[in-house]
Design a binder for this molecule. Structure first.
Ligand code: KG4
Ligand code: ZN
Length: 335
């Protein structure tokens, strides 16, 4: 990535090496296989990124890598590789919070000023945060159990329609009757803009006993997606009200993370924003799911501020954007 000045950047390359084939037969990510594949691919990907961008290693000003949150075995591969390049070139190493990459991802294609409200919906996280400025985050809501992408993936696994589940559910839902199955909406009327999806997943599992043919699969996928949309429309409304209590100007919502590629979700959240006179921003679809460009953008912002990381910095598997936010997961948690 190159800084073009005036808040503009140019993405010279954005290589994505997907591991879907490796994990698909398991219906979820297998950490050991993921780590091995990271190791096998990382130098090839780096070579391809250099080739695509027509650069030499020595042209690089700094090296940024995701240091958390996530699977320690996978994060270590990228961080150690980045540190090695940084030592050999004598250029700064910059650790990046993966979630901060999502938080900045709409800026890859649109001009967007701070502050703004962020709805992060990915495979590992589901949170509402107020992005006050670069590096300043206030969490106002979170899932108290499963992440939204996880709920999509598990439902697809129950229906046996493939991995990753999100795009499959979206596809199957198109031809289904969304009113066929009645599913619960956990903590719909309470808990502020916190969310919960575990009960919904269990309900899908129970209903799956009635799934005998293709039509039933379409109907359950459609009913699941409809229920999800009802939940997130309501919770987005609550989050907007919370945001309005704190911030008078800049009525902007960004919806980011893998699940933000879903077209029905986009359409429905646009309606909520219109009603509330909020502007809504989505990243381009290629920047919704995990990608290098959004990590480079955070790296660039930190580079400009000289926020370099020491070479003995540790991996941070549980790195949160709002470090003061309470841990809200598990039985007996008060929301
Ligand atoms: O942001 P991401 O690439 O990885 C994490 O940081 O977790 O998100 C991956 C998640 C997966 O759970 C995947 O099923 C979901 O995003 N996803 C979708 C769609 N495309 C990807 N969920 C719903 N509809 C989609 N079209
Ligand atoms: Zn992600």
């Amino acid at each position: 990535m190159v800084d073009k000045g005036n808040k503009k950047v140019e993405v010279l390359s954005n290589v994505v090496s997907s591991q879907f084939n490796i994990h698909s037969s398991f219906g979820g990510v297998v950490p050991e296989l993921a780590a091995r594949s990271h190791l096998e691919k990382i130098d090839l990907i780096t070579k391809k990124a250099l080739k695509d961008s027509k650069l030499k290693l020595s042209d690089i000003s700094a090296v940024a890598a995701t240091s958390g949150p996530g699977l320690i075995v996978c994060l270590s591969v990228g961080v150690n590789f980045a540190k090695a390049i940084s030592i050999s070139l004598n250029k700064p190493f910059i650790e990046v919070n993966h979630l901060e990459g999502h938080a900045l991802s709409p800026k890859l294609s649109s001009k967007l000023n701070y502050p703004y409200l962020m709805f992060l919906i990915s495979g590992g996280h589901t949170q509402f945060l107020i992005v006050e400025s670069f590096g300043k985050y206030k969490r106002i809501g979170t899932t108290i159990d499963d992440a939204l992408g996880e709920a999509f993936d598990k439902t697809a696994k129950i229906l046996n329609i493939g991995f990753p589940g999100g795009p499959k559910i979206e596809e199957w839902a198109k031809e289904g009757d969304e009113n066929r199955f009645e599913l619960p909406r956990p903590i719909y009327h309470r808990g502020g803009c916190n969310l919960s999806f575990a009960g919904l997943k269990t309900a899908v599992l129970k209903q799956s006993q009635f799934v005998k043919n293709k039509k039933d699969k379409h109907d359950l996928a459609a009913s699941f997606q409809k229920t999800i949309i009802q939940i997130i429309k309501k919770k987005t409304q609550v989050a907007i009200e919370e945001y309005n209590k704190k911030i008078v100007n800049n009525k902007n919502l960004i919806v980011v993370g893998g699940v933000a590629s879903n077209k029905s979700i986009r359409k429905n959240l646009k309606e909520v924003c219109k009603k509330n006179e909020f502007k809504i921003y989505f990243p381009e679809v290629k920047y919704c799911t995990d990608n290098a460009a959004m990590i480079a953008l955070v790296g660039l912002e930190k580079f400009k501020r000289k926020q370099f990381s020491p070479l003995n910095s540790e991996i941070k598997p549980r790195w949160q954007l709002d470090t003061k936010a309470k841990f809200l997961k598990g039985a007996g948690v008060k929301i």
